[in-house]
Write a protein that binds this ligand. Structure first.
Ligand code: CP
Length: 306
C-alpha cells in the first residue's frame, strides 16, 4: 500500500499504517547504509531541492546524504548565499526553482505553515524538515525508529519528553506520532516551558524530573532553545539544570535501564550531562544514523508514488 498523502507536512493525523510503512521501509535502507557501496538506484532521474531558511546540521546533511544514497540529483539552497538577500520573495524564489523542473522540495523554515503553503504554489512533493514551533516529522520518525530498535516495540511504552516543550517542534511531532503508535506519552519541565492546554493532547504532565525518570521507559530530552528566547522562561540555565537536568546520579537512583534520546544539538551541562549524553543508556548517535535511513524511506515512498 502507498502512503495516504503525497506530502509529509507533519504527523498530526497521519494514520498508523503510514508510520508503520515508513518505519518498516527504513529497516531495508538502514541495512543499505552498512554495505560497502551505500547506494541504490531507486530515485535515479528525480531532482530534489533542499530549501533551508534556518540553520541545520543533522537534518540538512542527512537529507542530502539520503538523496545521494538513492541516486537522486540534489540541489541545496541556503538563504545566506541566495537572492533572498537581494529582496526576492519566498514565492518568487520557489517558482523560479520550480521552473528548473524539480520533483521534490525538502523545506526548513522559521515560520510554521510554510510547508503547507508550498503545497499550494508548487506541484512537487513537499517534505517538512522543521517549520517554526509547529512540526519536525522526520525527527519524530527517526526517534520512533531508534526506540523500536532498542526496545523492540513502541506500543505500550512510557515515553517522556523533557524540557522546553513550548519551543519544540520535535515535541509536537513526537506526541502525535508516539500516541498514534500506542505509546503512553508524557512531558516534563517547568510550567513556563509547557504550552497552555498541553494536557488536551492526551499527555501526562510532570514537574518533577525524578518522578519522570522513575515512571518512564524512555526520556526524549529537548534542547533549551536559547535562540528562541527560552532563557526568558527560566531564571538561568544553571537553575534549569539543578531542577530538570538529566544526570547519571538522578538515573542511578532507580534500578532501571532507561533509554535516553536527544534530537541535538546538545547543550551539555544544561538539559543533560556529558556523562549521560555519552553513557550506556543513550542512543543519540544511533538516532543520527537512523535519520538517514528514515529520510531515505520517506523520499523513496513519496518519490515513487503515482
Ligand atoms: N535535530 C535537528 O533538527 O538538528 P539540526 O537542527 O542540526 O538539523
Amino acid at each position: 500500500m502507498p502512503l495516504s498523502s503525497r506530502h509529509l507536512l507533519g504527523l498530526n493525523g497521519v494514520p498508523r499504517e503510514d508510520i508503520e510503512l515508513i518505519l518498516d521501509t527504513a529497516i531495508t535502507f538502514r541495512e543499505v547504509l552498512d554495505r560497502p557501496i551505500k547506494k541504490v538506484p531507486t530515485l535515479q532521474g528525480k531532482t530534489i531541492v533542499n530549501l533551508f531558511y534556518e540553520n541545520s546540521t543533522r537534518t540538512r546533511i542527512s537529507f542530502e546524504l539520503a538523496q545521494k544514497r538513492l541516486s537522486a540529483d540534489t540541489v541545496n539552497f541556503s538563504t545566506s548565499t541566495s537572492s533572498t538577500k537581494k529582496g526576492e520573495t519566498f514565492k518568487d524564489t520557489v517558482r523560479n526553482i520550480e521552473a528548473m523542473k524539480l520533483d521534490m522540495i525538502v523545506v526548513r523554515h522559521e515560520s510554521a505553515g510554510v510547508p503547507l503553503y508550498l503545497t499550494k504554489i508548487s506541484n512537487a512533493n513537499i517534505i517538512n524538515a522543521g517549520d517554526g514551533l509547529h512540526e519536525h516529522p522526520t525527527q519524530a520518525l527517526l526517534d520512533m525508529y531508534s526506540i523500536k530498535e532498542r526496545l523492540g516495540k513502541i506500543e505500550g511504552l512510557k515515553v517522556c519528553i523533557v524540557g522546553d516543550v513550548a519551543h519544540s517542534r520535535v515535541a509536537l511531532s513526537n506526541i502525535f506520532g508516539l500516541k498514534t503508535m500506542g505509546a503512553q506519552v508524557s512531558v516534563c519541565g517547568p510550567a513556563t516551558m509547557m504550552p497552555l492546554g498541553i494536557e488536551k493532547l492526551g499527555v501526562k504532565v510532570y514537574h518533577d524530573i525524578n518522578k519522570a525518570i522513575a515512571e518512564n521507559d524512555v526520556l526524549n530530552i529537548l534542547r533549551i532553545q536559547l535562540e528562541r528566547n527560552a532563557g526568558s522562561t527560566i531564571p538561568s540555565t544553571r537553575e534549569y539544570h539543578n531542577y530538570y537536568g538529566v544526570t547519571a546520579e538522578r538515573i542511578s537512583n532507580y534500578n532501571k535501564e532507561i533509554v535516553i534520546l536527544h534530537p541535538g544539538p546538545i547543550n551539555r551541562g544544561v538539559e543533560i550531562t556529558s556523562e549521560v549524553a555519552d553513557g550506556p543508556y543513550q542512543v543519540i548517535l544511533d538516532q543520527v544514523t537512523n535519520g538517514v535511513a528514515i529520510r531515505m524511506a520517506v523520499l523513496y515512498l513519496l518519490g515513487t508514488m503515482h
